[in-house]
Design a protein around this ligand. Structure first.
Ligand code: SAM
Length: 265
């Protein structure tokens, strides 16, 4: 929790706050809403992307805590608290689940209290850290998680902010090195293979008007983050199509965000 009031930059749109706006939340400023609306006018399905990503989070955490038996979660690039945060989903399946959240946005830090409301049997913690500093994350996580036991590393909508692909890969590798066999990695990542030119134009606009800079990646590049892991069914797909719950009207529409879950052998 912040010991002192955090400094919030209300002059430039920030990803955590714009994401919150697209999800229908209220933790955002006029500058975030302006940029959010502008992106939506260029790429109208962006709020469906945000919603589908959060719904994927729920299904992935239920799978991990349920079928996969995971009891420890490291959620990097957490976002502002919303309905169905990782600890709520995980602790509904396993109240003893331990969750460490990581983000570097000052407003997420200011709202971290909502992420720390653990079930009494479990624990939640929040680390104010940069995803590009995996050593600091591992050190901080080790205070709450037992890193000799399996951990699910959640990196939803975050590797796209590590714009250098080699750095992003090295970050994932370092995090995976720190956890044992039987651990999992869950990723969502924007892709122009599903988003097309309108998505590319919206990302260019974002990079000129908001923080932090974003990059989309191809199926091949996102698949490389899972090198050496066993990707569970149905593989790397649009996040809306990852083990969707039965809906009338058949399969959900795809959104421009890849998702996959994989196990460390
Ligand atoms: C698109 S949101 C995704 C939130 C959540 N994981 C979800 O899937 O709904 C990305 C989050 O990553 C955080 N973020 C961006 N760059 C970061 C960095 N270098 N280190 C830590 N967090 C970062 C932002 O503050 C934001 O909260």
């Amino acid at each position: 929790m912040p010991a002192e009031p955090v400094e919030l930059d209300q002059g430039v749109a920030h990803n955590a706050r714009v994401w919150n706006y697209w999800l229908g939340g209220r933790d955002n400023y006029p500058v975030d809403r302006e940029v959010g609306d502008q992106v939506s006018s260029m790429f109208p399905s962006i709020s469906q992307v945000a919603l589908a990503d959060r719904l994927f989070l729920g299904r992935a955490v239920r799978y991990l805590a349920g079928e996969a038996g995971i009891r420890q979660f490291l959620d990097i690039g957490t976002g502002l608290p919303t309905v169905e945060n990782t600890h709520e989903v995980a602790q509904r399946v396993a109240p003893e689940a331990r969750i460490v959240y990581v983000d570097n946005d000052p407003l997420v830090l200011a709202h971290a209290r909502a992420l720390l409301a653990s079930a009494p049997e479990g624990v939640t913690d929040y680390i104010d850290a940069d995803a590009r500093d995996p050593d600091a994350i591992v050190r901080g996580a080790a205070e709450t998680l037992d890193l000799t036991r399996p951990v699910a590393i959640m990196m939803l909508g975050i590797l796209n902010f590590i714009t250098d692909t080699r750095e992003a890969q090295a970050t994932v590798e370092r995090l995976l090195e720190a956890v044992p066999s039987g651990s999992y990695l869950a990723i969502t990542h924007p892709t122009l293979e599903l988003g097309g030119e309108a998505n590319a134009a919206a990302m260019r606009f974002w990079n000129e008007n908001a923080k932090p800079a974003i990059v989309a990646r191809s199926r091949e590049a996102v698949t490389r983050f899972f090198d050496g892991l066993e990707i569970v069914e149905p593989g790397l797909v649009s996040c809306s199509r990852w083990r969707p719950e039965a809906t009338p009207g058949g399969e959900p529409d795809t959104v421009a965000q890849f998702a996959a879950v994989a196990r460390k052998p």
